[in-house]
Design a protein around this ligand. Sequence first.
Ligand code: HEC
Length: 244
Amino acid sequence: MTQSKSSRVHFKKYRANTIETFTRIKNVLNNIRLFPMLMLVGILMPIANAGEKGEVSKALVKPSQDRALTSSKSVETFNGTFDGQQEFEWRAKKLVKDFSTELKKQLQQAIKSGGFEQGIVTCEKQAPLIAKQFSINGWQIKRVSNKNRNVKNKADEQEQAILELFANMTGNEKPYHKTVERDDELIYYSSIHVQPLCLACHGDNLSEDVRESLMKAYPEDKATGYQLGDLRGMFVVEYLKSRP
Ligand code: HEC
């Protein structure tokens, strides 16, 4: 009697252990099945995220292409065919980013070391130099405005029309951009808007010192009186298709 009871207990234990072992094996198998799923999610998530940030091309680009695009050399390998409009826009956008990052970096350094007057000198001397430095291999970048500070940055008639188009655009997706193909050129326009940093030299509440320095360097300055978010001007990236 006692023997059969203890063997029943043994059997119950044995059964419990077996069920536990099988459950563990099942869990392991489930996890293994999950693994490829996780791998897939790991690959797809960055692409999806990049898409949200509007950087799909960056996430999908081949590694070799990506490397080329991390430097200003990004503009060197474009062959100029317009069926690659997306590629042209991407490279132009990169050029705009490189130019504005470099100028802003130098401007901030100058303001830190010598105040806004030093910043003005930097804009005056460095902005054209940086533009020149990035204008290579058939590419040309410049900044223009309809209320220009430097007379050399005055928007021409066609550029005025694009500025007007940008001025009438609404929505949050700033900066606005537009691509145009004209004769032998591809042209990319990208709007520039006023940020807090800009107000000291482009706002309507300039310090006496800034006002004086500006008057001296730019007697015909029209580039003041702006509010935050206003359209200050635009970048113009031109690509000459028949470059030598
Ligand atoms: C320290 C003063 C200073 C600050 C700050 C400053 N700028 Fe300027 N900005 C200038 C000067 C000086 C020029 C003229 C440069 C030249 O001679 O090419 C200029 C020119 C420009 C131009 C070219 C068109 C024109 O009017 O000649 C644009 C566009 C522009 N600034 C946008 C900005 C934006 C956007 C910011 C803020 C992110 C900013 N600036 C901040 C001083 C400043």
